[in-house]
Design a protein around this ligand. Sequence first.
Ligand code: KG4
Ligand code: ZN
Length: 337
Amino acid sequence: MPILAIETSCDETAVAIYDNQKGLLSHRIFSQIEIHQPYGGVVPEIASRDHMQKLLPLTKAAIRDAEISLSDISGVCYTAGPGLMGALLVGATFASALATAWQLPVLGVHHMEGHLLAPMLDNPAPSFPFLALLVSGGHTQLVSVKKFGVYQILGESVDDAAGEAFDKVAKMLALNYPGGPEIAKLAVQGNITRFDFPRPMLQKPDCNFSFSGLKTHTWQLIQKQKILDLQTKADIAAGFQEAVADVLIAKTQRALQKTGYTQFVIAGGVSANQRLREKLLQALPDTIQQFFPRFEFCTDNAAMIAYVGSHRLAHGQTTNSPIFAQARWSIEDLPPL
Ligand code: KG4
Ligand code: ZN
């Protein structure tokens, strides 16, 4: 039986319909990037207002695309956190209102669990247990995925997330928001050896990350340039991207050694980075099977929320409080399936 999923945690309004037997029936995304671009980052109030405008038409479109009728829908799920509280509340209220009107069960889903299990939407999909590198605008975590709902964070960023560092460095180079794709585009023409960039935290034996020093180093490097022409910007973008990728990969290798897992998943917005994918394929041994989500499922989408929600709803898990949303929420606090 199909379920409806809603995602509004940040700057994408997304809706999906998923059926446990048939798989993904439809998914729609509206990106607010152009709306926030003049401000150089996401403006939470504007994000919430736009989710309010887009949710209903997107939901109607997703239902139409799935070629189902309203009476076919057996449950509703939505992203309950982590994310921007105003934006989350739009989705939570909308989903809970629909579920109440349709007398259906409703479930608040963890956004990062969605990212973590997004590769399950593809074929071949990984099987439990596996190691996941979650790299988004708000998170950089190495997670041991033991089974559905049982996650252990092996390491994480002690300051900025990798995506956040990409966004901030892009701003320093006067590039558009979001910075990740802009840096990646510019880096293609760049020379990775022109400037030296540190590889922070590599000397520490743990699986944690730190990107704020790399960000400061980049800022100082930019200040030192007499002329910041396009080639210099490209060389800085390339060197910075290379350093981030090297650190992510080195800590991933460490976590693979610790866990002994033979399957590896990368997820979250930064996993769309082509150079990072290339370098991972080169660096990890053939004995490790690597899974990369489809590009449309790397950044925020409702298909991943639908996948998690449909499995949890099928096991009778529901949200009892009337409107549940949490801006901060650890993936380790989730119930097992
Ligand atoms: O997962 P996501 O869509 O939203 C969050 O949950 O945060 O991730 C967004 C982040 C942004 O910081 C964006 O700059 C980064 O992912 N990103 C990239 C690329 N595409 C998106 N970073 C590096 N390279 C990319 N190609
Ligand atoms: Zn995300």
